[in-house]
Design a binder for this molecule. Sequence first.
Ligand code: AMP
Ligand code: ZN
Length: 112
Amino acid sequence: MSDCLFCKIAAGEIPSKKVYEDDLCCAFYDIDPQAPTHFLVIPKEHIQSVSQVDGANQATVGHIFAVIARLSKELGLESYRVVSNIGDQAGQSVHHLHFHVLSGRDMTWPPG
Ligand code: AMP
Ligand code: ZN
């Protein structure tokens, strides 16, 4: 999608601090970290949010979760939270599917 921030980051057109990249997805540190470790994992393909996951892209989403598990192990994260906001009321500000991985501090439940 031409006017999407995360499509541009995935394509390398906007710089980011990348943690990981393969053919299907990439991971990069959040520009406004909410925990000592806070990175985002996104599909390279434009998917608006979890609400648009379907039979055609579910393999990519499954792959992203395997990447999250592997990266978190490699980074030595023992406990972490994976969050995806869907829609404005839930706090989604970038309308390209992304999973926040947050770690390194105590977290509260329920989330605000
Ligand atoms: P959400 O609010 O759930 O849609 O998450 C979007 C996230 O993208 C926020 O945590 C922002 O801090 C982060 N973000 C926005 N622009 C950038 C950028 N250029 N590089 C890295 N993270 C970004
Ligand atoms: Zn996009």
